[in-house]
Design a protein around this ligand. Structure first.
Ligand code: ITT
Length: 200
């Protein structure tokens, strides 16, 4: 069996990715299977660079193909604080506290200027075969006026998705996986799986 390692430590991501790739779950391993392996510092300037850093590091360490994922929330009115730095924004505070800081910063911003998007880049990297596949996904929405919903993880409860009239925090995993940035990116990668698991 040819295993592919998910090069992420984020439990929320792992849960979603396993659901999206459920037909291939027997081929997937997480870093929980390799507790000696950590992830490199995210020194890239783009999501793709960071996703590649994670995939390459894990693939080389374990001699197995790996999938790195880098994602973030981009808020047009707060351009420089989130994006690729989303997980590092006010690191140490809970996500509830971080979301409250964002909502406070945006309290006077009218609805039409509250535009935001979740972005995801995925890199499959196999250092033995020198294969690299890059896919991506984006979902557009708005920053809500309040925290709503307990589902999902991270900034989901403040990301309002107009077509469903709900925040991502109000979407069950299955609903989020139909439209999210991560599901778009991973479904593109999934198309390659029949070849990848055969080692072609
Ligand atoms: P790994 O590096 O181990 O994969 P991480 O949490 O550090 O985990 P990133 O550097 O890619 O991952 O940071 C992404 C951050 O963006 C994540 O921590 C969330 O805060 C936010 N984010 C990304 N996708 C999200 C989603 O679907 N829902 C909520 N927040 C999300």
């Amino acid at each position: 069996m040819k295993y592919i390692v998910l090069a992420t430590k984020n439990k929320g991501k792992i849960k979603e990715i396993y659901e999206i790739l459920k037909e291939y779950k027997d081929y997937l391993k997480t870093l929980d299977n390799f507790i000696e392996v950590s992830l490199p510092e995210e020194i890239g300037k783009t999501y793709e660079e960071n996703a590649l850093l994670k995939a390459k590091f894990v693939s080389e360490k374990l001699n197995l193909p790996a999938i790195g994922e880098d994602s973030g929330l981009e808020i047009d009115m707060l351009k420089h604080i989130l994006g690729i730095y989303s997980s590092r924004f006010e690191e140490g505070l809970s996500y509830k506290e971080r979301m409250n800081i964002i909502l406070e910063k945006m309290k006077d911003i009218p609805w039409e200027k509250r535009t935001a998007r979740f972005v995801c880049k995925v890199v499959y990297y196999d250092h033995k075969e020198d294969i690299k596949i890059v896919t991506g996904g984006v979902v557009e929405g708005y920053i809500a006026y309040e925290i709503r919903g307990d589902f999902g993880f991270g900034y989901d409860p403040i990301f309002y998705y107009p077509p469903l009239g709900k925040t991502f925090g109000e979407l069950k995993e299955k609903e989020k996986n139909e439209i999210s940035h991560r599901s778009v990116a991973f479904r593109k990668l999934k198309d390659f799986f029949p070849i990848l698991i055969k080692g072609g």
